[in-house]
Design a binder for this molecule. Structure first.
Ligand SMILES: C[S@@+](CC[C@H](N)C(=O)[O-])C[C@H]1O[C@@H](n2cnc3c(N)ncnc32)[C@H](O)[C@@H]1O
Length: 475
């Protein structure tokens, strides 16, 4: 691995954060949809989250350390971290401090080191970032994961209509940096399935042998009797060693066939059919389907406008700014091959509105996958809470529940919190959030930018930021 390092003021303390294994304990809380969940205190015993979806309320550095201590690892991690824009949306997009770039690098460094630790050896990490932070992030990731594990940088067109308000050059492209834990072990990405649904079973170059066509084999040729003997279809011939009878579109008895077969008897039994011209062909098995190659051009994927419509559809208002569109996350899930029914664990530790949860369930429904989601989100209070939504985590939870309710997925959703009062966190938080909203005079209003009140900070600070930044550029 290269010894080139990025340096910034405070890197030593970021390294100390990355070395520390301490974490706040996560307690089970009840989920409105699935009842009381999380039978034991997390992280002991170390057996999570096999066969369960998980939401973790708390700081993601603690959550990552806790997941690692619990022995959990992930096939797929997607994060959409703060972009260090200096602005505040529903969430704070920066770490603040005298040197915001150094603060952001330190914040990201420790979390990315821990992300690598919870990534499987054949796993992959996707990180969304804008053009301004892209260079720093790429260096940081190369330092932590190794440049040789930089798999790709996807280019995503984030909006259809550019805004020329605040810059010399309107920005419409974002990046998705893709790093593997070990690029040599990462399965190849795949694009859409190719159209091929049937294949030949004979090949002139193969040797002759005798195979059986079982009774009940699908027959697309007309019903009737086909006498034993030679049949030639295009240039390929086969010899029927027994008379064949087709009744109701099926072979009525077992028939021996001599030919230059390219597939085993086993594959033939599962897939062969008689063509309309009394030739042989077979269906392609799901595990044999081939896929197109993908490129790093993602400029026709769903956009921020689509994401906003998705949030409005669920919540009836823009309760969260700059969520990512479900399609963007689904496309990346679809790129990563999964075996039917096999566990495939997906993590987003900057979960925001919980787009990953919805994307995982939608992609499972589309391709029969058994992916599981883990979403981590801190309980930052919303300045403009609405009924039932006091914190950003409440939004994550509500969307995960919404998506589960709309799906056929009956696996449990476990919800854990590192909040100090585990027995009453949701109720208490909502009460506090409602008070905060009443103070701000905008309870139930459509949440706009600058709507977050980070824990422990003064509401006035959030508002003065809003006032100080007229014409702020969006994400
Ligand atoms: C850009 S948003 C992610 C949006 C998300 N991709 C979506 O589609 O909704 C980043 C999120 O990370 C959360 N966040 C920031 N720092 C965090 C931390 N230390 N622990 C947990 N969540 C954090 C913010 O509150 C915010 O909701």
């Amino acid at each position: 691995m290269s010894r080139i390092e990025l340096s910034w003021p405070g890197k030593a303390s970021a390294k100390a954060e990355a070395d520390s294994t301490e974490f706040s304990e996560f307690h089970p809380v009840s989920s409105p949809l699935r009842g009381v969940v999380g039978a034991r205190l997390f992280p002991s015993p170390p057996q999570l989250p096999g066969q369960r979806h998980v939401l973790l309320e708390g700081d993601n550095l603690h959550a990552l350390r806790a997941l690692h201590a619990a022995g959990v690892d992930y096939h797929f991690i997607y994060i959409d971290p703060p972009y260090n824009s200096g602005q505040t949306f529903t969430f704070r997009d920066s770490q603040g401090g005298a040197d915001p770039e150094a603060a952001w690098l330190g914040f990201m460094y420790a979390r990315l080191v821990w992300a690598r630790r919870v990534l499987r050896h054949d796993g992959v990490l996707f990180v969304s970032i804008d053009d301004r932070q892209h260079a720093s992030l790429a260096l940081l990731l190369s330092e932590i994961f190794g440049k040789e594990n930089h798999v790709a940088t996807l280019k995503w067109r984030k909006k259809r209509k550019p805004s020329f308000l605040d810059s010399h050059c309107a920005s419409i492209i974002e990046y998705i940096l893709v790093f593997a834990r070990d690029a040599k072990q990462l399965p190849r990405f795949r694009g859409e399935a190719t159209e091929e649904v049937t294949r030949p079973v004979l090949n002139a170059a193969n040797g002759e042998c005798v195979r059986l066509l079982r009774r009940g084999t699908e027959a697309r040729c007309p019903d009737g009797r086909y006498a034993k003997g030679a049949y030639v279809n295009r240039t390929l011939g086969l010899e029927l060693l027994d008379d064949a009878r087709v009744v109701g579109g099926c072979l009525a008895s077992e028939v021996r066939v001599r030919g230059r077969f390219r597939v085993s008897q086993d594959i033939l039994d599962k897939t062969v059919f008689l063509t309309p011209q009394f030739g042989l062909r077979r269906h392609v098995l799901p595990e044999e389907r081939s896929f197109k190659h993908i490129t790093d051009d993602c400029t026709d994927w769903p956009t921020n406008e689509d994401a906003e419509a998705e949030i409005r559809r669920i919540f009836g208002a823009r309760v969260f700014d700059y969520a990512k569109p479900v399609g963007l996350v689904r496309n990346r899930l679809a790129m990563c091959p999964v075996k039917p029914g096999a566990e495939f664990r997906c993590l987003d530790f900057f979960a925001g509105s919980g787009t990953l949860a919805e994307a995982v369930l939608a992609q499972n429904a589309a391709d029969g996958g058994a992916r599981l989601f883990t979403c981590v989100q801190s309980p930052d209070l919303l300045v403009a809470p609405s009924p039932g939504l006091g914190t950003i985590f409440d939004i994550t939870l509500a969307r995960a529940n919404f998506a589960l309710r709309a799906s056929d997925d009956m696996r449990p959703l476990d919800v854990f919190s590192s909040s100090p009062a585990p027995s009453v966190p949701l109720k208490e938080r909502k009460h506090n959030a409602r008070r905060a909203g009443a103070d701000a005079g905008n309870v139930g209003n459509d949440t706009k930018a600058d709507a977050v009140r980070p824990r422990g900070s003064a509401r006035s600070r959030a508002h003065s930021r809003a006032g100080a930044e007229p014409g702020v550029r969006g994400r």
